[in-house]
Design a protein around this ligand. Structure first.
Ligand SMILES: *[C@@H]1O[C@H](CO)[C@@H](O)[C@H](O)[C@H]1NC(C)=O
Ligand SMILES: *[C@@H]1O[C@H](CO)[C@@H](O)[C@H](O)[C@H]1NC(C)=O
Ligand SMILES: *[C@@H]1O[C@H](CO)[C@@H](O)[C@H](O)[C@H]1NC(C)=O
Ligand SMILES: *[C@@H]1O[C@H](CO)[C@@H](O)[C@H](O)[C@H]1NC(C)=O
Ligand SMILES: *[C@@H]1O[C@H](CO)[C@@H](O)[C@H](O)[C@H]1NC(C)=O
Ligand SMILES: *[C@@H]1O[C@H](CO)[C@@H](O)[C@H](O)[C@H]1NC(C)=O
Ligand SMILES: *[C@@H]1O[C@H](CO)[C@@H](O)[C@H](O)[C@H]1NC(C)=O
Ligand SMILES: *[C@@H]1O[C@H](CO)[C@@H](O)[C@H](O)[C@H]1NC(C)=O
Length: 650
C-alpha cells in the first residue's frame, strides 16, 4: 500500500472515529465566558481576507501566510453584487469560486468566520448590495421593505444552502456566521429586519450555528445593531481603551466570549486624502492588550488586496476609495510580508503556538519597464463599437440603472438649445452629476463636472451645437444613509436658465469590447483641444515578457506618470482606476497570472482628461515597487482613522 493510500485510510478512520464519537460542535459558553469547540474552551485569533480582492491563484499563498502568522481563523465577506450581477444570474466560478476558497482555508487548517451580509460595507461598491435593487426608486435598503426582503430571501436561498456543508458541525471550517454588518450605524433601525434575517439564516443553516452581529464599541451603535438571539460583538482599533470597549460589549452580552470582530491593522484611503498609515507599535500594543484580556480577535485587514475593475466603494460627502485596498495591513496588497506581519506574529506567539515550517516568501516583482502608448480612438469616435444596445432617447436624462447599466461610463448627448456666444453656465443645480462628467461641445473638451465639488462649467457654442457628457460612475457609497447611490445624470442639467432636454444616451460596454479585443485601431481626426484638457480617449501599447530570465512572468505594478485620470486594462482585464493627478495611489498592482509569455501583452488606457501630449512622455511604466503614498493634490475632509462617522469615535 502506498504511503498516500495509507494516509487517506488513516484520515478516513480518524474522520469516522470523530463522527462515531463526540460530534463536531461549536458554541457559546455563557457560564465560562468563552467559545467551545468540540467541548473544549476555544479562542480565535483571526484575520480578514476578501477573496473578491485577490486573484484565485494567490488565495492559497495568502491563506498559508495567515496560517504561518499564528492565526487559527480567517474572516471573509461575501459581496452579493459580485455573485449576482443581474437578478437571478449567479456567478461562483473562477475568482468568484467561494466554495473553493472555503475548501482551501479548511485544508490549510484555518477556521472561517463568515460574513455573508446581505450588506457588508467593506469599502466595496454599495456595501455589496446589487445596484439593480435601485430599479425600485424608493426602495429602503437594509429594512423590511418587501421588495428588498424578497431579493434578500432569494439570494440567501441560493447562498446559504451552498454554505451549509461548510459549517463546522457539518465537517467544514465555518465556526460562526455574522448577520448584517454594523447595523447600528444605519439610520433605519428596523428590528423586524434583523429578526427576519436571523430566522432566514437559521432556516437555511439550522439552529446549531452561532450567529452574531458586529457594531462599533459604543452604546449608541449597539442600540439598533443588536437583537436577542444574535451574539453581540464589537469592533475597535488600536489605541482604544480595550477595557472600556469590552465593557460596551458586556452591556449587551453580560456573559459569553469577548470578541473584537474588526481590530484595525490599518485604515482605508480616499482619492485626494493622504495614504493611511497605522503604526506597527500601536497595533502590536493593542493586540497584546486584547489577547491579554482573553478576548477573541479578528484583525481587519490581514491582507487588503485590490479593488479591481470598478469594485471600490465611496464615502459621503462623496469621496471614492482608490483601486488599492492595501490598508497598510500586515500582508501588503501584493501579499508581501511586512514588518507589521512579524510584529503581529511575535505578539500572537506569546499566546499561541506558531506553526513550524517554511514561510512562503514574498512573491518576486519584475520591472518590465516603459511601454509606449498610442492614441487609437476617442470614446465618441468609437461609440458604435462601444454601445452594443445603441442609444436611448428621452426628454430628461436617465440614470445608469434606468439604462440597465451598473458600472463604468455612459455618454449623455444633447444640443445647445440657444446660442451661447458668451460663456454660459452649464450647471447641475441639484448636485446630480454622479460622479464625474467630462464635458465637450462640438468635439472640443470644455471642462469637468464633479459631484459635491464642481457643479458648473461655462460653455460657448451655437444653437444646435452638440453637447456631450461622458459620465463616470466612480463607485457607489458603501456606508451611511446615502447608499441608494444612483449613477449618471441623476437630476436635470441647466444651461443658463434652460433645463436641457432631448437627451440621447449611450450605455457603453467598454469591458466587453476590450475583453474581446474588438476596439480595433483607427486613428481618427480630432478637433484641436484646449491646452490642458482633451476628449476622453483610448490609448494602446504592448510589450513582450523578456526571454531568458527565469521565473517570468512575475507580478508588477503599472505606473502612469503625467497621465491624469482614467481606467486601465491589461490583456482586456480591468485593472482598476488610476488618478495620479489626485493621489495618493500612483501604481496599480498587476498580477503575473494575467500576463502572457507567448503573445504580446496589450495595455489599454482610457484617459479621461489628458494624456501626456509629447510623444516622448506618452508611456506607461511597469515597476517593481508600489507607490501608494504620493502627495495629494487636493485634500478633502474624510473619516478619521477608526471612526465610523466624522466626529464620533471611540
Ligand atoms: C464569472 O466570474 C469569473 C471570475 O470573475 C469570470 O471569469 C467569468 O467570466 C464569469 N462568468 C460569467 C458567466 O459572467
Ligand atoms: C479605560 O477604561 C476603564 C474602564 O472604563 C477605566 O477604568 C480606565 O481608567 C480607562 N483607562 C484609561 C487609560 O483611560
Ligand atoms: C434654436 O434652433 C432651433 C432649431 O433650429 C430653433 O427651433 C430654435 O428656435 C432656436 N432657438 C433659439 C433661441 O434661437
Ligand atoms: C463663467 O463665466 C462668468 C462670466 O464670464 C464668470 O463670472 C464665472 O466665474 C464663470 N464660471 C465658471 C465656473 O468658470
Ligand atoms: C427634470 O425636469 C422636469 C421638468 O421640470 C421634471 O419633470 C423632471 O422630473 C426632472 N427630472 C429630474 C431627474 O429631476
Ligand atoms: C484647464 O485650465 C483652465 C484655465 O486655466 C481651468 O479653469 C480648468 O480648471 C483646467 N481644467 C482642468 C481639467 O484642469
Ligand atoms: C494582444 O492583442 C493582439 C492583437 O489583437 C492579440 O493577437 C494578442 O493575443 C493579445 N494578447 C493577449 C495576451 O491577449
Ligand atoms: C512613502 O512610503 C515609503 C515606504 O514606506 C517611504 O519611504 C516614503 O517616505 C513615503 N513617502 C511619503 C511622501 O510619505
Amino acid at each position: 500500500m502506498s504511503l498516500l493510500r495509507y494516509g487517506s485510510l488513516l484520515l478516513l478512520l480518524l474522520l469516522s472515529a470523530q463522527s462515531l464519537g463526540a460530534p463536531r460542535s461549536f458554541s457559546v459558553d455563557y457560564k465560562k465566558d468563552c467559545f467551545r469547540k468540540d467541548g473544549e474552551r476555544f479562542r480565535y485569533v483571526s484575520g480578514s481576507i476578501h477573496y473578491s480582492r485577490i486573484p484565485r491563484v494567490y488565495w492559497k499563498d495568502r491563506l498559508l501566510k495567515m496560517y504561518m502568522a499564528g492565526l487559527n481563523a480567517i474572516q471573509t465577506y461575501i459581496p452579493w453584487n459580485y455573485h449576482e450581477e443581474s437578478p437571478g444570474q449567479y456567478n461562483f466560478s473562477g475568482d468568484r469560486d467561494l466554495e473553493y476558497f472555503l475548501q482551501l482555508a479548511n485544508d490549510i487548517g484555518l477556521l472561517v468566520i463568515l460574513r455573508p451580509g446581505p450588506y457588508i460595507c467593506a469599502e466595496w461598491d454599495m456595501g455589496g448590495l446589487p445596484a439593480w435593487l435601485l430599479k425600485k426608486k424608493d426602495i429602503v435598503l437594509r429594512s423590511s421593505d418587501p421588495d428588498y426582503i424578497a431579493a434578500v430571501d432569494k439570494w440567501m436561498g441560493k447562498l446559504l444552502p451552498m454554505i451549509k456543508p461548510f459549517l463546522y458541525q457539518n465537517g467544514g471550517p465555518i465556526i460562526t456566521v455574522q448577520v448584517e454588518n454594523e447595523y447600528g450605524s444605519y439610520f433605519v433601525c428596523d428590528y423586524n429586519y434583523l429578526r427576519h434575517l436571523s430566522k432566514l439564516f437559521q432556516s437555511h443553516l439550522g439552529n446549531k450555528v452561532v450567529l452574531f452581529t458586529t457594531d462599533g464599541a459604543s452604546l449608541g451603535y449597539l442600540k439598533c445593531g443588536t437583537i436577542r438571539g444574535l451574539y453581540t460583538t464589537v469592533d475597535f482599533g488600536p489605541g482604544a481603551n480595550v477595557t472600556a470597549a469590552f465593557e460596551v460589549q458586556r452591556y449587551a452580552e453580560p456573559h459569553g466570549p469577548l470578541v473584537n470582530s474588526e481590530f484595525y491593522t490599518g485604515w482605508l484611503d480616499h482619492w485626494g486624502s493622504p495614504h493611511s498609515v497605522v503604526s506597527t507599535a500601536m497595533v502590536a500594543k493593542s493586540l497584546n492588550e486584547i489577547l491579554a484580556a482573553g478576548a477573541n480577535v479578528n484583525l481587519y485587514m490581514f491582507i487588503g488586496g485590490t479593488n479591481f475593475g470598478y469594485w471600490n466603494g465611496a464615502n459621503s460627502p462623496y469621496g471614492a476609495q482608490p483601486t488599492s485596498y492595501d490598508y497598510d495591513a500586515p500582508l501588503s496588497e501584493a501579499g508581501d510580508l511586512t514588518e507589521k506581519y512579524f510584529a503581529i506574529q511575535k505578539v500572537i506567539k506569546m499566546y499561541r503556538k506558531i506553526p513550524e515550517g517554511l514561510m512562503p516568501p514574498s512573491t518576486p516583482k519584475y520591472a518590465y519597464g516603459r511601454v509606449a502608448m498610442q492614441r487609437i480612438h476617442t470614446v465618441v469616435s468609437a461609440l458604435d463599437k462601444l454601445s452594443y444596445s445603441g442609444p436611448v432617447k428621452s426628454t430628461y436624462p436617465q440614470t445608469f440603472i434606468e439604462l440597465g447599466q451598473a458600472f463604468g461610463f455612459v455618454l449623455y448627448r444633447t444640443t445647445l438649445p440657444v446660442d451661447c456666444s458668451a460663456p454660459t453656465p452649464l450647471s447641475s443645480p441639484l448636485n446630480g452629476i454622479h460622479d464625474r462628467a467630462y464635458v465637450s461641445v462640438d468635439g472640443v473638451a470644455v471642462g469637468v463636472l464633479e459631484r459635491d465639488i464642481a457643479l458648473t462649467v461655462n460653455v460657448t457654442g451655437k444653437n444646435g451645437s452638440q453637447l456631450d457628457l461622458l459620465v463616470e460612475n466612480m463607485g457607489r457609497i458603501n456606508y451611511g444613509s446615502h447608499i441608494n447611490d444612483f449613477k449618471g445624470l441623476v437630476s436635470n442639467l441647466t444651461l443658463g436658465k434652460n433645463i436641457l432636454q432631448d437627451w440621447t444616451m449611450y450605455s457603453l460596454s467598454i469591458d466587453q469590447v476590450l475583453s474581446q479585443g474588438l476596439l480595433g485601431q483607427t486613428k481618427t481626426r480630432e478637433a484641436p483641444q484646449p491646452p490642458n484638457l482633451s476628449l476622453p480617449t483610448f490609448y494602446e501599447g504592448n510589450f513582450i515578457i523578456p526571454d531568458g530570465i527565469p521565473d517570468l512572468p512575475q507580478d508588477t505594478y503599472i505606473k502612469l506618470p503625467k497621465w491624469r485620470k482614467g481606467q486601465v486594462w491589461i490583456n482586456g482585464i480591468n485593472m482598476g482606476r488610476y488618478w495620479p493627478a489626485r493621489g495618493p495611489q500612483e501604481t496599480l498592482f498587476v498580477p503575473a497570472a494575467i500576463l502572457s509569455t507567448t503573445a504580446l501583452n496589450n495595455v489599454t488606457v482610457l484617459e479621461l482628461e489628458e494624456a501626456p501630449r509629447s510623444s516622448d512622455l506618452c508611456y506607461v511604466e511597469f515597476t517593481a515597487t508600489p507607490i501608494l503614498n504620493a502627495t495629494v493634490q487636493s485634500e478633502h475632509k474624510h473619516l478619521k482613522p477608526f471612526s465610523k462617522e466624522g466626529g464620533l469615535g471611540f
